[in-house]
Design a protein around this ligand. Structure first.
Ligand SMILES: Cc1cc2nc3c(=O)[nH]c(=O)nc-3n(C[C@H](O)[C@H](O)[C@H](O)COP(=O)(O)OP(=O)(O)OC[C@H]3O[C@@H](n4cnc5c(N)ncnc54)[C@H](O)[C@@H]3O)c2cc1C
Length: 571
């Protein structure tokens, strides 16, 4: 593949590109647009942007074989693929277009202890504090210690972090004791990182790609994972992908809940797939609810980044009063779970469905300059953040739990590895420190890949599972999860959720669709969350039980759920 000179950092280019540039993907269905290439055009003497294509393998047969299968093309999957390419053939599969991932939407930035007044130990301590007694200390130490090298590598590969002259600019976010969050193009950090990783990966001949293919289950031979089963959406058929080892990097599960900041792909597929195959799921009850999603009728719950509060935004109740100081000494910069619950309580007390986020006092030009993507998106919803406060409510945002792994990405199933948001190394404990997850994708994506690269065993199992689909509506399930397993939980609500979810009928489906696959994941993951939350009879981090409001020393342990066991265990 030809590498571009420059990759634009802004999607708007795609709609502004020159008319003589071909963009219709139907003209060549074996190509997929990933990014854009900015190039000088000698015809009209202007700078034009061209879609950046990569060759997509058209799935023409029912079987594909590779050395390493990476499921997911976000930061974790891309970083892993780059590492694995040194050791064999890598196939990266993504459910949607390669660019559609949470990584793409990460606004605030990436945390790293690199500024002059910062230290790895301080970053470690802040991460442990946010994790509320449940972090895996080894995993945290690895994250913060390997972080600076991971960032330097990104810079070497071409990521442009925002600078003041030649000095990197570090922003402050909630629960960080130092300014340590790097950002790019203001609020397009994830996009810049994902594109750079993609460009690097696309230059490596050992890596192939399939987009618009949903992995629905793992293939096994005895207890070993030997590949995965994909739903080829375009051709509406199953494809068996055989591999020496599989790395899950399918991201989060926000779309299990009605209100979420996550993109459509985040339906918890990786957790559901691994659980069905017999892997251990850990700490799944810990879901972070981002305090400030835009609350406008009919508009998606667009995230208004924590960095806005880092830059001085106030939270105001319906009476126009600041309230956060009444709930936490750090005020608007308190940990996310505290801010989310405070907003819920304040909105209830004032009888309003939302509170307000206000940055007007930073003056004209500030928001549009520092947060161009947020500013433009709000403007497109009829909201000028330089002139008006934004209505905000919490929404499901990030999964601290997931598929249990050790610090080298090994799950409990031989041949299966996991990294990024789908994995649970314990690095985030009961609550994630803001902007630690992009870093986690980089550090643990590379680590999981290194241990997978040493896989030598293989198999050719074809235990093809049945395709059972729950008989329920997606919105119905997501509403149940939001109401009963959301920010404030109780035994009563969780029992209701468990009863409803366990009594769902699952029927064999003759029609294949991605929506069916996602519905399966939503039903499975909602039940796992409800079971974990019901068993954890305490309040800790992002998990708040109104009937057990205190933290309990006897629950300073990680929850574990395995298929076919009734009990949630704590280790
Ligand atoms: C709006 C928003 C803002 C955020 N801001 C920040 C921030 O500022 N800083 C920070 O550190 N974190 C932030 N986060 C969190 C962070 O973006 C994610 O945790 C991180 O990007 C996850 O990376 P990942 O590689 O694990 O997964 P993702 O980037 O979500 O990638 C998942 C990939 O898996 C694929 N996939 C999913 N299911 C399947 C399937 N069944 N078959 C095949 N492929 C599948 C998807 O298509 C996608 O390619 C934010 C998240 C959101 C939603």
């Amino acid at each position: 593949m030809q590498l571009p000179d420059v990759i634009g950092g802004n999607d708007e280019y795609l709609s502004h590109h020159c008319r003589h540039v071909r963009t219709d993907r139907s003209q060549n269905p074996t190509r997929d647009v990933y990014g854009v290439l900015a190039r000088w055009c000698c015809n009209c003497k202007g700078r034009h942007t061209l879609p950046l294509y990569h060759e997509v393998i058209a799935i023409s047969s029912e079987q594909i074989s590779t050395d390493f299968l990476v499921i997911g093309a976000g930061v974790a999957g891309l970083r892993a693929a780059i590492e694995l390419a040194q050791s064999g053939r890598v196939l990266v599969v993504a459910k949607d277009s390669l660019r559609e991932s949470s990584s793409e939407y990460a606004q605030g930035g990436i945390a790293v202890a690199l500024s002059d007044d910062d230290e790895v130990e301080l970053h470690e301590q802040d991460t442990l504090n946010a994790g509320d007694g449940l972090c895996n200390r080894d995993a945290v130490r690895i994250l913060v210690a390997e972080g600076p090298a991971a960032i330097q590598e990104l810079i070497d590969w071409g990521v442009e972090f925002d600078r003041d002259g030649s000095k990197l600019l570090f922003a402050r976010e909630g629960a960080h004791s130092r300014n340590r969050v790097l950002h790019s193009h203001g609020d397009s950090t994830g996009r810049e990182i994902a594109r750079t990783l993609y460009r690097k990966a696309a230059s490596l001949p050992n890596i192939s790609w399939i987009s618009f293919a949903a992995i629905v289950d793992l293939l096994r031979c005895d207890d070993r994972v030997t590949g995965a089963l994909a739903l080829d959406e375009r051709n509406r058929r199953w494809v068996d992908i055989q591999a020496l080892g599989v790395l899950l990097a399918t991201g989060g599960l926000g779309r299990v809940f009605l209100e979420t900041t996550n993109p459509d792909v985040a339906t918890g597929d990786g957790v559901a797939i691994a659980f069905r195959a017999g892997a251990t799921i850990s700490d799944i009850e810990f879901v972070q609810f981002h305090p400030t999603a835009l609350h406008k009728e009919g508009a998606p719950r667009f995230l208004l980044s924590e960095a806005l509060r880092g830059e001085g935004a106030y939270l105001l109740n319906a009476k126009g009063e600041r309230f956060m100081e009444r709930y936490h000494p750090m005020g608007e910069l308190a940990p996310r779970d505290v801010v989310s619950r405070s907003i819920v309580e304040e909105a209830r007390a004032t009888g309003s469905p939302h509170v307000w986020l206000d940055l007007r006092h930073r003056g004209p030009g500030f928001v549009s300059r520092r947060f161009p993507r947020i500013y433009e998106t709000c403007l497109s919803q009829g909201l000028d953040l330089e002139k008006e406060a934004a209505p905000v409510t919490p929404a499901a945002h990030y999964a601290m739990g997931g598929v249990w792994t050790d610090v080298d990405g090994r799950t409990t199933l031989p041949g299966l590895y996991a990294a990024g948001e789908v994995a649970c190394t314990g690095v985030h404990g009961a609550n994630r420190l803001a902007s630690n997850s992009l870093l986690e994708g980089l550090v643990y994506g590379a680590r999981a890949a290194r241990s997978l690269a040493s896989e030598t065993a293989s198999g050719s199992g074809l235990e093809r599972p049945n395709f059972l689909v729950p008989q329920a509506g997606e919105i119905e399930l997501r509403t149940l999860a939001w109401q009963k397993c959301g920010i404030l939980r109780s035994a009563e609500g969780l029992h209701t959720a468990i009863t409803v979810l366990q009594s769902l009928q699952w029927l064999d489906s003759s029609v294949l669709s991605r929506a069916d696959c996602e519905l399966r994941s939503i039903a499975t993951v909602a039940l796992l969350i409800a079971r974990g939350a019901e068993a954890r009879r305490e309040s800790r981090g992002a998990h708040r039980r109104i009937d057990y409001p205190e933290k309990s020393a006897s629950f300073e342990r990680h929850s574990r759920i395995v298929q076919d066991t009734e009990e949630v265990s704590f280790l």
